[in-house]
Design a protein around this ligand. Structure first.
Ligand code: BGP
Length: 462
């Protein structure tokens, strides 16, 4: 074994409620924005496929947890669907949902798998969105109530909690680039949503402290995309710095350090985009920093200085401050047009060690999406995803090196356990360790990568 990981390293995978549960109209679940958007505009979704069924984890969780055990998972992240637990977001608790999540948690524990629970993965209850979603402070309070209810209901068995997954994504998707509901393009509203998501996060952390869960830890999961300048020219470096402020540090700094970067405040002030705040917010953020940071990493951001003046009539977007460029010779995932840059994961981790107090962290998502993966299935039914094994191995080597250099990394979770439904991309890009056959009653088959990760978990290295 060349790469051995610290004892107790977390091996597993991550999922989210809307992407795997299905049963969107069953078990008393209320509608969330995805159910609604799909009803309104099915054509936006890849091949017109919506979230009603997805991977049907709601009915098959036992079979799935048995497979997790079979491939050596010692931990697993899922999210609770807010609109399943509290159908209108704020009122009555749905007892069928309580039963379902209890059953999932108990089944995981009975199989020796530590449950990691995330409270919010892009799935705003529709009733909450209809009063403004994260733009409305009432929704923040409803979310804080929901969070504290989850701690009460499940905190006796769930010790590892997260407030949000990739909170920048609903900001980008919903308020800047038109790929999440409510799909508007409005920088001012985007800033307000980002800020309020952070306030909601801090209130959930405060509720967690009050719940005093024995041995419990709470964190946030951020997609940290390292921002690399094209050159060391000051204009390029500045462009990369601004991208880093907007996409990474807007959540990383308040979550870990309890305050926003001064440069970010100045940048927003200069363009008159500071969010509306309330008395006490600053203290709330200051007092409620996290215990554990989840890091999602897929690809880096390659940035250069803007070459042309921004068009004054174009909507104000982050690209006002920089342009993207394709680094010559970069490695690409040929099956899903994203760059593969393994060292990026190391750069993120070193930054956490050097600038964020070496806070306890783990890789909460990393993975390789593949379009048309069925073509790699053999006669026995197994998908030979050697490219995915290569991808994971390449990233794990850099994680290992970061650990050797003293970064406090506790685990590695792949995106994702089984092929699942991904927002408007539906089933286009497959990421699972386990294949889900859409043409054969959602039959599960462990992929070659699943067996490979099993040996890695068993040996605690490779
Ligand atoms: C991450 C999200 C996941 C998942 C993944 C793959 O950013 O946390 O929810 O969707 O991206 O995305 P896609 O299917 O678009 O390739």
């Amino acid at each position: 074994i060349t790469y051995r990981f610290p004892a107790g390293f977390w091996w597993g995978s991550a999922t989210s409620a809307t992407q795997i549960e299905g049963a969107a109209n069953e078990g008393g679940k209320g509608k969330n924005i995805w159910d609604h958007w799909y009803e309104q505009e099915p054509h936006r979704f890849f091949q017109g496929v919506g979230p009603e069924v997805t991977s049907d984890f709601y009915h098959r969780y036992k079979e799935d947890i048995a497979l997790m055990k079979e491939i050596g998972h010692n931990s697993f992240r899922f999210s609770i669907s807010w609109s399943r637990l509290i159908p209108d977001g704020v009122g009555e608790v749905n007892s069928e949902a309580v039963r379902f999540y209890n059953a999932v948690i108990d089944e995981l524990l009975a199989n020796g798998i530590e449950p990691f629970v995330n409270l919010y993965h892009f799935d705003m209850p529709l009733v909450m969105q209809n009063i403004g979603g994260w733009e409305n402070r009432e929704v923040i309070d409803a979310y804080a109530r929901y969070a504290s209810l989850c701690f009460q209901l499940f905190g006796d068995r769930v010790k590892t909690w997260f407030t949000h997954n990739e909170p920048i994504v609903p900001v980008e998707g919903g308020y800047l680039y038109d790929f999440h509901y409510p799909n508007v393009v409005d920088f001012r509203r985007a800033v307000q949503v980002a800020y309020h998501t952070m306030i909601a996060h801090a209130k959930a952390v405060a509720a967690f402290r009050r719940a005093a869960i024995q041995g419990g830890k709470i964190g946030i999961i951020l997609n940290l995309t390292p921002s690399y300048p094209r050159s060391q020219h000051p204009a390029d470096v500045k462009a990369a710095h601004i991208a880093d402020l907007l996409f990474n540090r807007s959540f990383l700094d308040p979550a870990v350090k309890g305050e926003y970067p001064q440069d970010l405040i100045e940048l927003l002030a200069e363009h008159r985009f500071l969010p509306v705040t309330e008395v006490g917010d600053r203290e709330l953020i200051k007092e409620n920093t996290i215990d554990l940071l989840g890091i999602n990493y897929y690809q880096p951001r390659r940035v250069k200085a803007k070459e042309h003046l921004p068009n004054p009539d174009a909507p104000f977007l982050p690209e006002r401050f920089f342009d993207y460029y394709a680094m010559p010779g970069r490695k690409m995932n040929p099956y899903r047009g994203w760059e593969i840059y393994e060292k990026g994961i190391y750069d993120i981790l070193i930054n956490i060690k050097e600038n964020y107090g070496n806070i306890e962290c783990f890789i909460s998502e990393n993975g390789m999406g593949v379009e048309g993966e069925e073509r790699f299935r053999d006669e026995s039914g197994m998908i030979h995803d050697d490219y995915r094994i290569e991808f994971i191995r390449g990233h794990l080597k850099w994680v290992h090196r970061a650990i050797e250099e003293g970064v406090n990394v506790k685990g590695y979770h792949l995106w994702t356990f089984m092929d699942n439904w991904s927002w408007t991309n539906a089933y286009k890009n497959r990421y699972g360790l386990v294949a889900v056959d859409l043409d054969n009653h959602l039959k599960r088959t462990i992929k070659k990568s699943g067996y490979w990760l099993k040996t890695v978990a068993e040996n605690n290295g490779f």
